[in-house]
Design a protein. Structure first.
Length: 219
């Protein structure tokens, strides 16, 4: 699951195992054990919060009967079944030490598809400076997670009859999407590749509309 610093434990009838047949990153991923009916294959680890954790998961199984389930401290958070391709999941972990568990669990008959659950690219991101911005978001905009006075922002620098200009911190070579909206419901995106650590973008048609909202996101 691309987390070499974590200790991964197995339980249930058969262990999860690394494999390269099916992965999100094109390299490898964890796959549940080849269990039989009424059996389970479990993989668990512990992390210390507060943290934001992300991972990709997928499943190929008998729909609505054989499930890949995710737990935090033995409390189920979500589950998938059937044919589900790689999907990014995100969970916030409170302070303290917490146990994470992925379990592929089969019912009493029928095998379908690859009959397995998969997990790839697990990451846990802290908020070291307690500024409310997780480390992955700070890194995406080139700001520091060790300095609470340095954080991502989107700032209007000019509003005139000819348009609006905004700026935001950036990482050279990284792509961003500047999005604008009139109602906070429908957003139009403009993709930008940063060429400096502070990127500016001008909206030359903003003066022709009654109002405009802006945000900057990473692809």
């Amino acid at each position: 699951i691309d987390a070499p610093t974590l200790t991964i434990s197995s339980a249930g009838n058969l262990s999860w195992r690394p494999q390269s047949l099916y992965s999100h990153d094109g390299s490898d991923a964890a796959r549940s054990g080849a269990i039989q009916d009424l059996q389970s294959s479990e993989m668990s680890t512990s992390i210390t919060g507060p943290a934001k954790l992300t991972f990709y998961w997928g499943i190929s199984s008998e729909a609505d009967y054989d499930y890949l389930r995710f737990y935090i401290d033995n409390v189920e958070q979500e589950a998938i079944s059937g044919e589900v391709g790689w999907t990014l999941r995100e969970h916030l972990i409170p302070a303290g030490t917490h146990t994470l568990k992925w379990a592929y669990i089969k019912d009493d008959f029928v095998r379908s598809g690859l009959d397995s659950g998969f997990v790839d690219e697990f990451h846990a991101y802290p908020d070291a400076d307690n500024d409310g911005i997780w480390a992955d978001e700070e890194a995406a905009f080139g700001t520091s997670d060790s300095n609470a006075n340095e954080k991502p922002f989107t700032r209007l620098t000019s509003v005139t009859t000819t348009g609006t200009t905004l700026e935001f911190p950036s990482v050279i070579g990284k792509q961003y999407r500047v999005q604008y909206s009139a109602d906070l419901q429908t957003w139009t995106s403009v993709q930008i590749t940063a060429t400096s650590t502070l990127t500016s973008w001008s909206d030359t048609i903003s003066s022709s509309v009654e109002r405009r909202f802006y945000r900057v996101v990473t692809p």
